[in-house]
Design a protein. Structure first.
Length: 201
């Protein structure tokens, strides 16, 4: 189920099954970078990134499924139906990312050695694209995602490239991106294309 532009609700339908390979989404729920420390509420949180491995597939599905939990709570489907739907959408998203961004960097976010999220970034000569960033529910709203995005902003400034992403217009992450200085530069369906440029660029 999705919020519509007028505040109404659009129920999940068969059309959603056909849209399993949604455009690049930032399922933002938050994130940092290798060997960096994220500070939140006076706490120091060691956050690191490591390359994705095949054994991480089940974790990545769990993370993806958690980002759709609110929607699944609003449909009258059995647990098996929900699992089948989510697995199909996850597989389609993975295939889409791999086809569209074959050189993207797939990273597992770790906190003190615990696997807590995923980060997918594609780097090109003319831009850095944040494809996806998501954390497990218990790791959200702790400033981890903001720290990771700020790291990418630092990289963008150091390499003189814009940092771009896509986000649904109703996604609460939109407000975070705006606070960080991202500006809307386009629309693709329900997605806003947003960009952050280093000062003076």
């Amino acid at each position: 189920m999705r919020m519509t532009h007028n505040g109404g609700v659009e129920p999940i339908s068969c059309r959603r099954f056909a849209q399993a390979n949604n455009p690049i989404t930032s399922s933002l729920i938050v994130s940092s970078s290798p060997d960096k420390l994220s500070e939140h509420s006076g706490m120091t949180i060691p956050i690191s990134l490591r390359p994705f491995r095949s054994e991480d597939e089940s974790l990545w599905y769990e993370i993806y499924a958690s980002t759709r939990a609110d929607e699944m709570a609003l449909v009258d489907w059995s647990a098996d139906q929900q699992q089948s739907f989510l697995q199909m959408q996850y597989n389609a998203q993975r295939a889409y990312y791999q086809m569209q961004f074959p050189e993207a960097q797939y990273s597992v976010i770790e906190r003190a050695g615990e696997q807590i999220g995923r980060l997918i970034v594609d780097r090109a000569p003319d831009r850095i694209l944040l494809i996806d960033i998501a954390l497990l529910p218990e790791q959200r709203e702790q400033g981890i995602g903001t720290s990771l995005i700020r790291d990418l902003m630092i990289e963008a400034e150091q390499t003189s490239k814009p940092l771009r992403l896509h986000v649904e217009f109703f996604n609460r992450a939109l407000r975070l991106y705006e606070r960080l200085g991202f500006s809307k530069i386009g629309e693709v369906g329900v997605y806003f294309e947003m960009e952050w440029r280093p000062p003076g660029r």
